[in-house]
Design a protein around this ligand. Structure first.
Ligand code: NAD
Length: 500
């Protein structure tokens, strides 16, 4: 019988899972649910109120090492398992995720705060990566190279990199970890996972379902840790030469520290970091489509996404019309608790996030910005913030240079195409960019010039399991989703056969 800490308390009836056994609070190492070796725990808070509602293991170096031992031991047999069998196990996991979608959505809403309908969407989205990589697992083809010289055959095969450590953020507690574990397993790697300290319950439930699916002991290991203990746990994996890859989604500052600290053992790295997405509306755009696209891109997850547009550049000929149509929609958004079916924007993740949003809005207004909607905290002791629209924005404002990561959109007027492309690229980040235009020559021109890993052209919803997601510049490197996402978990090995 697996040992567990006492079940975490969930205090909101509407978000109570039907299957209490999915609410796990200990680590999963080598196929056993075990508390932190030193017995430490930390608390998880309701994002809306800051009140603690659950306790999970606060791991240290011994737990991290035990997890690495387990993943290293499991690698030898997992990589040899026929790809078809790995695929079948992933498909079983996918089916269980969908069968438990309501419970997983409740956990996401509970610990992260997004409205329940949106949380259900995240479950489907995260599950789609598991299904996709189950299908891709059997397609890790190699190559024959025709020109090998006399008496030689040159071949290329793909091999799993080995043990992978996955570190994920709080904004998509299910999707971010699913889109790392699924390709790792499909490639034949074993996994060490460390979910964000604010949102570990969803990740633990996901791993519980992987256990139910029959994924063998040691193939997935998950360890939770508070903010203070996180560098200790991840630091142990960074030092461990058996860990051959780090896959990280989170802030650029932490991503850079992982790149530095993994240099001693030269691990393969995938870094999905912060963004500062430009969204450009040209005079020739379909304005209704542009407003619709922006509402999706900006207000999904309350603006707490890495591809959320911070800077919306609107050409002067359509500026007033666009601002009026957008303002009406921003003002109509309903803010409320995750469990209220009418809510479209939930609470922010914590007070730190709320403070940053308030600072960005105050700075924009102090530097000539015009408030067109919102602009206020909605409850004195909560983390709800009114969807906000600011006009007359310019490059000197904080929100032009840093991710706001909240429901705030700012309009920057512009005159010419050259000028707006230069402004759009004038950032150290390069994750996503969006633009709306009906001029086909301009579409090709601007798509070529934007310095980002992802470009949305007349489209605001970009992520898909079948497409490569990732950035350039200080938004990181590596891709998730698609066949490129599987490649990131594999080495290319060259075999040269002589004497033929
Ligand atoms: P964060 O970098 O603070 O935390 C991300 C993860 O790193 C968490 O698990 C955290 O515990 C861990 N971590 C924190 N300090 C660490 C350390 N010193 N060593 C090792 N691990 C450490 O980021 P966040 O605030 O949780 O997430 C928001 C950021 O993530 C935003 O910048 C956002 O743009 C980015 N993000 C990027 C993508 C993408 O795909 N590019 C997706 C979602 C979020």
């Amino acid at each position: 019988m697996n040992s567990r800490l006492p079940i975490a308390v969930i205090d909101d009836d509407a978000l109570q899972p039907n299957r209490p056994e999915l609410v796990c609070s200990s680590n999963f190492i080598g196929g056993a649910w075990t508390p932190a070796r030193n017995g430490a725990t930390y608390t998880i808070a309701n994002p809306a109120s800051g009140q603690a509602f659950a306790e999970v293991a606060d791991s240290d170096v011994l737990d991290a090492r035990a997890a690495a031992d387990s993943a290293a031991a499991a690698f030898a047999s997992w990589r040899k398992r026929p790809a078809r069998e790995r695929a079948q196990l992933l498909k079983r996991w996918h089916a269980l995720i969908l069968a438990n979608a309501d419970d997983l959505a409740r956990l996401i809403s509970r610990e992260q705060g997004k409205p329940l309908a949106e949380a259900r969407g995240e479950v489907g989205y995260g599950a789609s990566y598991v299904e996709w990589f189950a299908e891709e697992a059997v397609r890790t083809y190699g190559d024959m190279i025709p020109e090998g010289g006399r008496g030689r055959k040159l071949m290329v095969v793909k091999e799993p990199v080995g043990v992978v450590a996955a570190v994920t953020p709080w904004n998509f507690p299910l999707a971010m970890i699913a889109r790392k574990i699924a390709p790792a397993l499909a490639a034949g790697c074993t996994v060490l996972a460390k979910p964000a300290e604010d949102t570990p319950l969803t990740a633990l439930a996901l791993v519980r379902l992987a256990e139910e699916a029959g994924i063998p002991l040691g193939v997935i290991n998950i360890v939770t840790a508070s903010r203070a203990q996180t560098p200790v746990v991840v630091g142990e994996w960074l030092k461990d030469a058996r860990v051959r890859k780090i896959t990280f989604t989170g802030s650029t500052a932490v991503g850079k520290s992982l790149a530095r600290d993994s240099a001693a053992t030269l691990k393969k790295l995938s870094l999905e970091l912060g963004g500062n997405a430009p969204f450009i509306v040209f005079d020739d755009a379909d304005l209704d489509a542009a407003v619709k696209g922006l509402m999706v891109a900006k207000f999904r997850n309350g603006g707490q996404t890495c591809v959320s547009p911070n800077r919306v550049y609107v050409q002067s000929g359509v500026y007033d019309a666009f601002a009026a149509r957008l303002g009406a929609q921003v003002s109509a958004l309903k803010v409320g608790p995750a469990s209220d079916p009418g809510s479209q924007v939930g609470p922010m993740i914590n007070l730190r996030a709320l403070d940053k949003i308030m600072q960005h809005v105050a700075d924009a207004l102090a530097h000539g910005g015009v408030l067109l909607a919102g602009g206020e905290r909605l409850a004195p002791d909560g983390t709800y913030y009114a969807p906000t629209l600011i006009g007359n924005a310019h490059a000197g404002m904080l929100l032009a240079n840093e991710e706001t990561f909240g429901p705030v959109v700012a309009l920057f007027p512009f005159e010419h195409e050259d000028e707006v492309v230069a402004q759009a690229n004038d950032t150290p980040f390069g994750l996503a960019a969006y633009f709306y235009s009906r001029d086909i020559a301009r579409v090709w021109r601007v798509a070529d010039l934007l310095e980002t890993g992802i470009v949305g052209i007349n489209e605001g919803a970009l992520a898909a399991e079948s497409a490569p997601f990732g950035g350039v510049k200080e938004s990181g490197y590596g891709r998730e989703g698609s066949r490129y996402g599987l490649d990131d978990y594999m080495h290319t090995k060259y075999l040269c056969l002589g004497g033929v």
